[in-house]
Design a binder for this molecule. Structure first.
Ligand SMILES: [Zn+2]
Length: 456
């Protein structure tokens, strides 16, 4: 009895004494799993981890306390498709190695493109192999000052005649593909990317080896090299870029002729084949498939949905080209020679594409933010705004930005929800996106690994 009493006293004493590193009270917490907001919550944080989320209670003490005043709090945003070449240099401007004595500077330079916007974790979907050592070191040693970074290494391609692009890694046989996956695994890499230039039989060899090691595999399936149907059979479940769906609908010679007539109708005979940019071509193809090949498109979407696949978004990159985003990179602005009619055509095509994206989402295919774009976090926020403008609910946009990415990356034990045991990576919105979607762009307080960052 005495021992029991002693223990009870200890427990009581302990609970009165507990002071957390950070207490965020009066929080309106967004529950990404249920898709609902929960009022009057208190988030308890020790070091870099959420210890608990409880109802408001005056006795909870923190070394630091934030009164959230019922502002919306979500998990940090995850961008599941980025490239470091956008920040350190691409093609000829890319350094062979990331200089040893500049690594801290480079890490900050990289992170400054993401953290101030609330992007607290990113996945590199292809990078030069010579940069792997420092980047894997950043992965293994996360910091409250910087966005967390993960990598797939180089994106896999088969043997090709040209000199491979710096973010690609060439495997010239199934055996080489298998060995490269094993080498990556030994280096600590747990995700791989199969680019559309990877053919059969290397594709299946790479996939099967990675899958047997418990690695996550992402495929950009395009240009008729591998088809989505085939890669589904091989076992692929995570796909890159929503626009690739239409490019995997079967398209025969008759379709080709019909497409030509359809395009001639708008652009004039033989007046579009080489003059249209890649983005315009893709969006015209999308509209053609939606208008003329809906049965085949729906059956592909149903097959993808049945197999529980996921897709990265990459919608800002397209919309920016058509002048439909809240900011644009000078290198990706609409063509100044476009006629009014052509500008309208591109906007209409993009709308058709976004309606398709809505349908894909409605059918149960999980979408995750993956910008693949040189503008870092700015582009991720633009994707949120675009999703809202084309009819996605605020709840689903937050899920697409957080838990969906965490799950597709196999990291839902760390990221994507505000729960006991998850990393203390949070966004406190000064203005609530539920009141107006433009508030996705509003000023925020970012918590990274339990550390408070104020950004305006
Ligand atoms: Zn990419």
């Amino acid at each position: 009895m005495r021992i029991l009493l002693f223990f009870l006293c200890c427990l009581l004493f302990q609970s009165c004494k507990t002071t957390y590193d950070l207490v965020i009270k009066n929080a309106k917490v967004f529950d990404t799993k249920q898709g609902v907001t929960l009022d009057n919550k208190t988030i308890l944080i020790n070091a870099d981890t959420i210890v608990n989320v409880v109802n408001n209670n005056k006795s909870l003490k923190g070394r630091k306390v934030i009164d959230a005043k019922n502002k919306l709090i979500t998990p940090g945003i995850i961008d599941a498709h980025i490239h470091p070449t956008h920040f350190f240099g691409d093609y000829d401007a890319a350094p062979k190695y990331l200089a040893e004595d500049s690594l801290e500077f480079l890490r900050k330079k990289f992170s400054d493109n993401y953290l101030p916007f609330g992007i607290t974790a990113v996945m590199i979907m292809g990078q030069p192999e010579t940069w792997l050592k420092p980047i894997l070191n950043w992965s293994a040693n996360p910091s409250p000052n910087y966005t967390d970074i993960y990598t797939v290494g180089g994106a896999f391609i088969s043997k090709e005649d040209r000199k491979p692009y710096i973010c690609h890694i060439m495997v010239d046989s199934p055996l080489a593909a298998k060995q490269k996956v094993i080498d990556y695994y030994k280096m600590g890499i747990r995700h791989i990317k199969l680019y559309w230039r990877l053919r059969s039989p290397e594709f299946a060899a790479a996939f099967k080896t990675a899958d047997s090691l418990g690695m996550k595999v992402y495929g950009h399936i395009d240009n008729g090299i591998m088809s989505m149907d085939t890669t589904l059979i091989i076992g692929l479940r995570n796909y890159e870029h929503l626009f690739t769906i239409v490019r995997n609908v079967s398209f025969d010679e008759t379709d080709g002729r019909n497409y030509e007539i359809w395009m001639n109708d708008f652009y004039g005979k033989n007046n579009w084949d080489s003059s249209l940019s890649f983005f315009e071509q893709v969006m015209n193809e999308t509209r053609f498939i939606v208008e003329k090949k809906l049965v085949a498109l729906d059956s592909l979407i149903d097959n993808l949905a049945k197999n529980n696949v996921t897709f990265s978004t990459t919608i800002h990159l397209l919309a920016e080209k058509f002048g439909l985003t809240y900011f644009s990179n000078p290198n990706n602005k609409p063509d100044s020679n476009w006629s009014k009619k052509q500008i309208q055509r591109n906007a209409d095509n993009f709308k058709v594409f976004m309606l398709l994206v809505k349908k894909v989402n409605y059918k149960g295919i999980k979408i995750r933010i993956g910008t693949d774009c040189p503008n870092g976090g700015k582009a991720a926020l633009s994707e949120q705004v675009l999703l809202a403008q084309y009819g996605f609910s605020i709840s689903s946009i937050i899920q697409i930005s957080t838990i969906n990415g965490a799950t597709a990356l196999g990291m839902e034990n760390k990221y994507g929800s505000i729960e006991k045991g998850k990393k203390a990576d949070l966004i406190i919105y000064d203005n609530d996106p539920f009141d107006n979607y433009k508030n996705f762009l509003s000023s925020k307080t970012i918590i990274k690994d339990g550390m408070i960052h104020y950004y305006q």
